[in-house]
Design a protein around this ligand. Structure first.
Ligand code: HXC
Length: 514
């Protein structure tokens, strides 16, 4: 009887907390097209797998009438659960409670679940929906953020960290997501910025909407802060589930291996690259023609589109694909595409994911804009990332591999384990047009018909260098292969290199060109 009374009391207390910020605030949240924090957790995790902790935590603030306020769970829900059976740690800020603002106890809850994730070596998922530092708690809020940023950094490369932006994420608060591995945003719901529209109006006298400043499209297409874009919260959760199924839980294990499945029949790999080397094609068709079930999970789909990155399985093993995209800017390397590829390569390396590179690029993008934006510094990141990576590295040169682009894109010289080239490959210091104009300048200008002479010299250069056989004759590539042989050769190379061991010189850490 006594026990029943206690259980009834517990149930009542739980119910009270689960009301969050109350009916009015919840209605406002739903009217904005946003799910409530608990509903989000339940939609993302396996049915009934969520175990909540620190439900009864209360803030301890006393200034500005805070002593009178009860903030259920202090505006954040933390716990553990599973996603398709894989354990995860999760927190979700509850905007209905004081705008999900971050006070001391709120931050301590987040820190607690971050420490659990690191100790248990499972992915951490953070759902951000907050007005930022709780103004009434002053420096305690700032301290809270600092503790979170520190743990984000220490956990980096040990466990996957995933940030989901499902509401405002403003001011310094944005730096926790920015320190994590993958950021998910949802159209019309996500808002991320350092200084909001009001500050911009005061300081700069400019009017701008939150959406134009830091909405989901801005971060998916322009800034590159977001890796995944969805049009609804449910679609976003499906993307997270897919990602979790592809990556390992921590840096000491490999991603779960599935049964090998062939690519779809309609992916005719030999028909993808056009005969005319000036014609573009979609490199994602090449990836789909080699991965299991033609299932390619693209990351950063809408940003720096001249580079394609993402996960796919080969023989059931998760691989990271890094590919130039001839459809966009002929697949050149520039500031953003170098950043995009370099960070992904480092992610794959940290989490034991083999890297497959498809090469087709005319080199680095020329021009004053790129030079002034730091293409030297950013471009160096990709060299650093490939050189440092010790996971299996397999490279296929599909067509152009000119100049610095040849070296940067997973070449033998940066220690690729296997490098193959299709017969359509052109490997040279620069494109035939530019090369002929430079080395035959005198002959061309002195010729009776300079244009005829120029075309003749371009052709001469092409025959000599714009093919894979010069590189093959020096052992820089291992084999010239038919496109139709690509999957089988990659599977074989992958199997051979899965357990390779590499030792690098002892050091605390390198100094990459960040
Ligand atoms: C305390 C806050 C709060 C905050 C919102 N609330 N933000 N309380 N500290 N930072 C409260 C509101 O007072 C309100 O309480 C409730 O949450 C809902 O907020 P609304 O304003 O009614 O919601 P909405 O109209 O949807 O506007 C959302 C918003 C706005 C755009 C996020 O609340 C806003 O601008 N908040 C302040 C954002 C901000 O400047 N944060 C500090 C950034 S500086 P009641 O009781 O009325 O329901 C920062 C530094 C961090 O974060 C540095 C880390 C290194």
């Amino acid at each position: 009887m006594a026990l029943t009374k206690h259980i009834e009391e517990l149930k009542k207390k739980r119910e009270e907390v689960q009301k969050g910020g109350g009916e009015k605030a919840s209605e406002k949240q739903v009217a904005l097209g946003k799910m409530l924090a608990r509903a989000r957790i339940n939609a993302l995790l396996d049915d009934r797998s969520f175990q909540e902790y620190d439900m009864f935590v209360q803030h301890e603030a006393r200034d500005f009438d805070m002593a009178k306020k009860v903030l259920h769970g202090d505006g954040v829900i933390i716990g553990t659960g599973t996603i398709t059976g894989q354990p995860v740690c999760i927190f979700a800020q509850d905007f209905t409670v004081a705008g999900g603002s971050l006070g001391l106890m709120h931050s301590r809850k987040i820190v607690k679940i971050m420490e659990h994730a690191l100790k248990l070596k499972v992915p951490l998922i953070g759902i951000n929906d907050s007005g930022g530092a709780r103004i009434q708690e002053g420096v305690n809020s700032l301290a809270g953020y600092g503790e979170i940023f520190f743990r984000n950094t220490i956990s980096s490369g040990v466990i996957p960290q995933i940030s989901v932006i499902l509401g405002p994420c403003a001011g310094g608060a944005v730096y926790s997501p920015a320190l994590t591995d993958f950021v998910f945003v949802v159209e019309n719901i996500s808002k991320m910025f350092i200084t909001g529209p009001e500050v911009i109006k005061t300081v700069l006298g400019e009017e701008i909407s939150m959406e134009d400043l830091g909405g989901a499209r801005v971060h998916s297409e322009i800034s590159g802060n977001a890796h995944f874009f969805a049009s609804s919260e449910i679609e976003c959760f499906d993307q997270i589930k897919k990602l979790i199924s592809l990556i390992p839980s921590n840096n000491c294990v490999k991603a779960k291996k599935l049964e090998s499945k062939p690519p779809c029949h309609d992916c005719q790999i030999e028909n993808i690259v056009p005969d005319d080397p000036a014609q573009p094609y979609d490199v994602r068709d090449v990836v789909k023609a080699v991965v299991d079930s033609s299932d390619f999970f693209e990351i950063h789909e809408h940003w720096a589109r001249n580079m394609v990155i993402g996960f796919g399985r080969m023989n059931g093993v998760t691989c990271g694909f890094v590919c130039n995209q001839p459809l966009v800017l002929a697949g050149v390397l520039d500031v953003d595409s170098s950043d995009k590829a370099a960070r992904f390569i480092r992610y794959c390396d940290a989490f034991n994911i083999p890297i497959v590179t498809f090469v087709d690029l005319p080199g680095y993008l020329p021009g004053i804009d790129q030079e002034h934006a730091g293409v030297i510094r950013h471009g160096a990141k990709i060299l650093y990332a490939y050189s440092e990576a010790t996971v299996p590295k397999l490279t296929i040169i599909l067509r152009k591999a000119y100049g610095g682009g040849y070296i940067a894109m997973g070449s033998r010289h940066l220690r690729a384990d296997f490098v193959f080239a299709w017969p359509t490959a052109e490997i040279a210091v620069m494109g035939p047009e530019g090369a002929a104009n430079i080395i035959f300048r005198k002959e061309i200008s002195e010729a009776e018909d300079p244009e005829k002479m120029r075309l003749q010299k371009v052709q001469e250069y092409k025959e000599k260098f714009a093919n894979p056989y010069v590189a093959a004759s020096k052992g820089y590539i291992d084999s010239v292969i038919e496109p139709a042989e690509t999957r089988d050769i990659l599977l074989h190379a992958l199997e051979l290199s899965m357990d390779k061991t590499i030792s690098l010189p002892n050091k605390k850490h390198g100094v990459p060109p960040f």
